[in-house]
Design a protein around this ligand. Sequence first.
Ligand SMILES: Cc1cc2nc3c(=O)[nH]c(=O)nc-3n(C[C@H](O)[C@H](O)[C@H](O)COP(=O)(O)OP(=O)(O)OC[C@H]3O[C@@H](n4cnc5c(N)ncnc54)[C@H](O)[C@@H]3O)c2cc1C
Length: 479
Amino acid sequence: MDRLYTLLQNRIEGVVSTPDQYHAGLLSNFGNLFHATPRLVVSPLTARDVAATVTFAREHGLTVSTRGAAHSQSRVAISDGGILLSMSSMRRILSVDASAPSVDVEAGVVWRDLVRHLAPRNLAPPVLTNNLSVTVGGTLAIAGIGVSSFKYGTQGDNVRELEVVAGTGERLVCDRKKHADLFWGSLAGLGQAGIITRARLDLRATKPMTRTYYLLYRGLRGFLHDAKLAMERGRWDHLESWASPSPQGTKPVAGRRQVFARWFYPFHLTVEFDPGHPPDDEELLRGLDPFERLYVDDLPTVDFFERMIPVFDLWKQGGTWKHIHAWIETVLPWEHAVDCIESVLPDLPPSILVGGHVLLWPAKGTTSKVPFFMRPPGEDLIGFGVLPAIPARFWERARPMLENLSRMTELMGGKRYLSGYLDWTEDRWKNHFGDQWGPFTALKHKYDPHSILNPGFVPFPAAPADVRRVPGESVPAAD
Ligand SMILES: Cc1cc2nc3c(=O)[nH]c(=O)nc-3n(C[C@H](O)[C@H](O)[C@H](O)COP(=O)(O)OP(=O)(O)OC[C@H]3O[C@@H](n4cnc5c(N)ncnc54)[C@H](O)[C@@H]3O)c2cc1C
């Protein structure tokens, strides 16, 4: 038995496991690309456990990697020889305040559980991700965007207060005023400064029913025109869109014949309503010019929030959930959207989208204030996501295409959404963060001076010797 096992187990209420005890699923994440074996897995029960684990790691020269539901894809939520902190053991919904609607939750709470808990009160978080089987801490650490982000920004924009265990082992409660740098730096902060243990989230009142209009567009320009109109009208609660392939035949691409598609653009626009007061369809759709109005769907609002569950279940049943996922999601400036998307789709083989899809999400850049959620400047933005599922034997063939796609979107002024696949050098990271790279690095050095937290993803420069201290340690005198 690992000698550290008993030492750590004696310090915490939660459970410590060694490689012969924990589940093999903990060695990778949804990407299925990176695999690593943690020396110990900790399932904490309290923030005190988290703080004790971080302190223990520092004392024994170990790192701590934080894992929520592991639905991300790069070198995150896994640990190579360190401690993997599996936050899903902290999943209590602590209290709901219906008067100034907000909810206090532990970081391992899964959004789906929260949505169901709140539905009887007609309350919901303003922004929900398509995949609700992920944790509050896991999406706040990335940003968390959804089909209402064009109105409410990211999930991070809708947080009132956080409790965070910093890399120094300190437990800090932070908000927009208190330890504001840690508060903002924990949102879309990739768990680099601290581990979120609790969050107080804003809620909004929902109406019990939703009506969704399924519109179809033949061309990208027409869709974008109407997407902008829909965002500006202020009538819609949720806007969701895709590029959808209709395979046509084969053509030569990069020296080999490949299936190509004619692309169409489904656009789903949703309003919430009270039973007995259905929306006026013609009034709502006035001014929009789709190729076809396909379908109108009325759903209880909670079912609308869970609408993607059957899709993801299909991916699981079809076996593609186990494939490699190397998603390239980029927030593009509106003015380059057509050039960028139209240079990608004609050569994109539709087969890699079996168990995946191409997302197009209209967004407003000014709805977010989260500094480390990097997006292009400007008001109108569009999220462009190529979300393939790739059988392992095709990975080496698909990789250059996806890496080129990422570079191209970045060259066109796009900013990658960091939950997908990326394997960057320091230069790419610096380019991504731009003028936020300095503040991001400074935050890391201040709150995690020994670089204990979540190594292997962001290549930070080492902290200067005078900041590599821990609470209670005196600052060493200059040489
Ligand atoms: C099918 C599918 C659909 C998706 N749809 C969306 C979508 O609509 N919108 C969207 O925004 N994303 C979407 N995602 C991406 C997903 O939301 C992110 O990858 C998210 O980070 C996953 O949360 P998780 O709980 O699985 O976190 P993990 O994957 O376990 O961790 C993600 C990151 O957060 C860190 N982290 C985890 N917990 C904490 C914590 N408590 N404190 C600090 N850091 C922490 C980890 O170290 C890691 O860096 C989707 C993913 C899938 C697979």
